[in-house]
Design a protein around this ligand. Structure first.
Ligand SMILES: Cc1cc2nc3c(=O)[nH]c(=O)nc-3n(C[C@H](O)[C@H](O)[C@H](O)COP(=O)(O)OP(=O)(O)OC[C@H]3O[C@@H](n4cnc5c(N)ncnc54)[C@H](O)[C@@H]3O)c2cc1C
Length: 377
C-alpha cells in the first residue's frame, strides 16, 4: 500500500485525500489552520464554460492537464460524485452538479452563481423563487444585517415577491452580530404563512419550505464545510522537507517527521499560506517557481508590481505551474521532485475566487490524489 502525505486542509487537500484513498493509499493530511475554503460564501463554483477555458486559457490548470473535454468531463463527474458522497458521510449534505449552475442570493440580496450548494441553500435558487412569496427573516437584535434591504433587493434586482419578517431572540444582546446566530435553532415565523422563508445563514433546524441566504466572511457555510472536511487531519505546520535524489522522503511538522511515498502540496493561495505575497510572490516551503501568464514572476521585473496596483484581481492569477501530471516545476520549468504533486489555489493561471473557485481545487486535488497513490505503488 502506498503512503500519501497531503499538506493542506482545504477543499483541495480533502479532494486529494479522497482521490488517493480511492486508489487504496494510506493517507495522512496535515493542516495548519482553516484557509480560503472556510471563507467561501456558500455556493461552490466548479466551472462555467469548459470548452471556452480549453480554447482561450492556455495557462489555466484545466488546460495544462492536457486532457480533452470529454476526459475532463468524466474526471469531473467522478470527482464530484465522490466529493458529495464523502461530505454527506462527514455530516454536510451538498447538492448540484458541475454541468448545472444556479444563482443564489447573499445576505444583501445580491446574486452569486454556484454549481454545488449545501442542501439548506438549494431551495433558494433565484429562478425557482419566481412566482412565490418570500419572507426574509430579520432578527431585531442583529445590527449587521437588514432584512428590509435584502427583501427590497430581491424584489428590485431579481423580480421576486419578497418582504421582511422580523423576529426577536430574547437572549441576544442588542447590536449582536450575524455570527451570534451560529448554531441556534431557527425561530419559527408566525405571521408569514404560505411564504417561503429566507433565513440569514447559521441557524440549525430550518423549518420546511425555507432556505439559508449566502454569506459574507466570516461565513457559517464555510465554517460548516471546514468542520466536515477537517475531521481526521493532523493540525500542524509543515516547516521543512527532506529529500534525496529528486524525491521527497519526509516532511517535518513540529516534532513529527512524516514519511511517505508521494506528497501533495495543497497549501492554497495567499490566505491559505501556500504563497507569500510581497513585491514578488514566492512559494515558502520548497521555493518552487511562481508564474504569471506562463512567465516566472522572478524575471518579470516591475510589471507584476504595476499590475498589483492597477488590477489586483489579475495579480491573483499568479501561482505555481505544474506539468500535465500535476508535478510543480521550478523557475526553469524542470520538475525538482518526481513524487511531489500540487493541487488547488496554490496553482496559478486562473482567478482562484472566480468561476472555477472550487472546480480547480476539486479536480486537481482528485487527480493529484489518484496519481500520487498510483505512482507510489
Ligand atoms: C473570501 C473568499 C470567498 C470565496 N468565496 C467563494 C465562493 O463563494 N465560491 C467559490 O467557488 N469560491 C470561493 N472562493 C475561492 C475558494 O474558496 C478557494 O479557491 C478554495 O477554497 C481554495 O481551496 P484550497 O484547498 O486550494 O486552499 P485553502 O482552503 O486556502 O487551504 C489551504 C490549506 O493549506 C494549509 N497550509 C498552508 N501551508 C501549510 C503548511 N506549511 N503546513 C500545513 N498546512 C498548510 C492551510 O492551513 C489550509 O488548511 C473564495 C475565496 C475567498 C478568499
Amino acid at each position: 500500500m502506498s503512503r500519501v502525505v497531503v499538506i493542506g486542509g482545504g477543499i483541495a487537500g480533502y479532494s486529494a485525500a479522497l482521490g488517493a484513498r480511492r486508489e487504496g493509499a494510506e493517507v495522512t493530511v496535515v493542516a495548519r489552520a482553516p484557509g480560503a475554503t472556510a471563507l467561501y460564501a456558500g455556493a461552490m463554483e466548479v466551472v462555467d464554460d469548459l470548452d471556452a477555458i480549453l480554447k482561450t486559457q492556455p495557462h489555466h490548470p484545466f488546460t495544462r492537464l492536457g486532457l480533452d473535454s470529454v476526459r475532463l468531463s468524466l474526471e469531473l463527474d467522478a470527482a464530484i460524485q465522490s466529493l458529495l458522497l464523502a461530505l454527506e458521510k462527514d455530516g454536510l449534505k451538498v447538492e448540484g452538479g458541475w454541468r448545472t449552475r444556479g444563482r443564489y442570493a447573499d445576505i444583501h440580496g445580491l446574486a452569486r452563481p454556484g454549481n454545488l450548494v449545501p442542501a439548506t441553500v438549494a431551495p433558494g435558487e433565484l429562478q425557482a423563487l419566481i412566482g412565490r412569496r418570500v419572507a426574509v427573516v430579520g432578527v431585531a437584535e442583529v445590527g449587521d444585517y437588514d432584512a428590509v434591504a435584502t427583501a427590497q433587493a430581491l424584489s428590485e434586482l431579481h423580480g421576486i415577491t419578497a418582504f421582511a419578517e422580523q423576529v426577536s431572540i430574547a437572549d441576544l444582546p442588542t447590536a449582536a452580530a450575524l455570527t451570534d446566530l451560529y448554531g441556534r435553532r431557527a425561530p419559527v415565523l408566525t405571521k408569514a404563512r404560505a411564504a417561503t422563508a429566507a433565513y440569514p445563514p447559521g441557524f440549525t433546524n430550518l423549518p420546511p419550505d425555507s432556505f439559508e441566504l449566502l454569506s459574507t466572511p466570516p461565513s457559517p457555510h464555510g465554517w460548516r464545510l471546514q468542520q466536515a472536511i477537517g475531521l481526521g487531519s493532523i493540525k500542524a505546520t509543515v516547516e521543512s522537507v527532506e529529500s534525496a535524489r529528486g524525491r521527497i522522503t519526509s516532511v517535518r511538522a513540529g516534532e513529527r517527521s512524516l514519511r511517505g511515498d508521494s506528497f501533495i502540496l495543497a497549501t492554497g493561495h495567499h490566505i491559505g499560506g501556500g504563497l507569500d505575497g510581497g513585491r514578488v510572490p514566492s512559494e515558502p516551503l520548497l521555493n518552487l517557481g511562481v508564474f504569471h501568464d506562463g512567465e516566472a514572476v522572478a524575471g518579470s521585473g516591475t510589471r507584476l508590481q504595476h499590475l498589483q496596483y492597477i488590477d489586483p484581481a489579475e495579480e491573483l492569477r499568479s501561482g505555481l505551474r505544474a506539468d500535465n501530471q500535476l508535478h510543480p516545476v521550478d523557475e526553469s520549468g524542470q520538475v525538482p521532485y518526481s513524487n511531489l504533486y500540487a493541487a488547488g489555489a496554490v496553482l496559478g493561471g486562473y482567478d482562484y475566487a472566480g468561476a472555477c473557485g472550487f472546480g480547480v481545487p476539486i479536480l486537481t486535488g482528485w487527480l493529484a490524489g489518484r496519481w500520487a497513490a498510483k505512482s507510489g505503488t
